[in-house]
Ligand binder design. Structure first.
Ligand code: DC
Length: 244
């Protein structure tokens, strides 16, 4: 996209009247890398819609568990998948129960199933193309947004951090509600999930060839946001008068 195709309305870039196409920002990366925090902050800063695609996998995983199913068995997962697809709401995706360790584990099992991935593609692509509300674009975070869901995204980030740092962050996040967890157990789970997410045959966690890689190990969320905004500005907001 050329810079001349963009103009700024209400502080956020929009496509011109001719195409009406929305801006798409893809944020991928492994568990607890900071991709969700960055994606949410970017969406807020730009006034774009935000979709946490991991929460969709988590919602399907939780529904499978609640139905007494095995998250590795596609026949058990399918009824949960259909039910969640009919009831996908922002409230459902924000449910804190989705963050429970057993749901994390189950979600990485269902994410291996090609039927599940294919079935969720349309919703994610439709969100990117027609984000809810009168907004100029969408920020989606996940594992395969820049590679599979939105390979034509206007800008792609791949967010990483050392596994130890990611485990430390997850420990801080979960420690109050789950006093039984230790940093070692969380590190073990993260490494296991990384392996499962990156070695699966369909849409493994992977940086797109044209993604900007951001290592957040030593950075605060505000520093990561600054870096991403600078990249975005250089990439497609350079000609804007207003800045972001
Ligand atoms: O980002 P997260 O930890 O909330 O994701 C939960 C699981 O869902 C994770 O194990 C990988 C999977 N996932 C995926 O395969 N593709 C996505 N676009 C998002 C998440």
């Amino acid at each position: 996209m050329s810079v001349s195709q963009l103009k700024k309305i209400d502080g956020a870039p929009r496509t011109d009247q001719q195409t009406q196409r929305k801006i798409v920002i893809a944020v991928d990366g492994p568990a607890a890398s900071g991709k969700g925090t960055l994606a949410k902050m970017m969406a807020q800063r730009l006034g774009y819609a935000y979709l946490d695609t991991g929460a969709i996998y988590r919602a399907v995983a939780l529904a499978t568990l609640e139905m007494g199913g095995d998250p590795s068995n596609v026949a058990d997962v399918e009824p949960a998948l259909e039910m969640i697809k009919r009831n996908l709401t922002p409230e459902l995706l924000a449910n804190p129960i989705l963050r429970r360790p057993e749901v994390s584990e189950a979600s990485s099992k269902i994410a291996v199933l090609p039927q599940v991935r294919i079935s969720l593609l349309e919703y994610q692509r439709d969100f990117a193309k027609n984000p809810p509300g009168d907004v100029g674009g969408a920020v989606l975070d996940g594992r395969d947004i820049g590679t599979v869901v939105c390979p034509q995204a206007d800008i792609k980030f791949f967010v990483t951090a050392d596994p130890e740092e990611r485990a430390h962050r997850r420990f801080k996040e979960l420690q109050r509600q789950h006093p039984e967890l230790t940093p070692e157990k969380i590190l073990y789970d993260i490494i296991l999930r990384d392996q499962r997410d990156s070695s699966r045959k369909v849409a493994p966690t992977l940086a797109a060839a044209d993604a900007y890689v951001l290592d957040t190990t030593k950075l605060s969320p505000a520093e990561v946001l600054d870096e991403a905004i600078q990249i975005a500005r250089a990439r497609f907001l350079a000609a804007s008068d207003n800045g972001i």
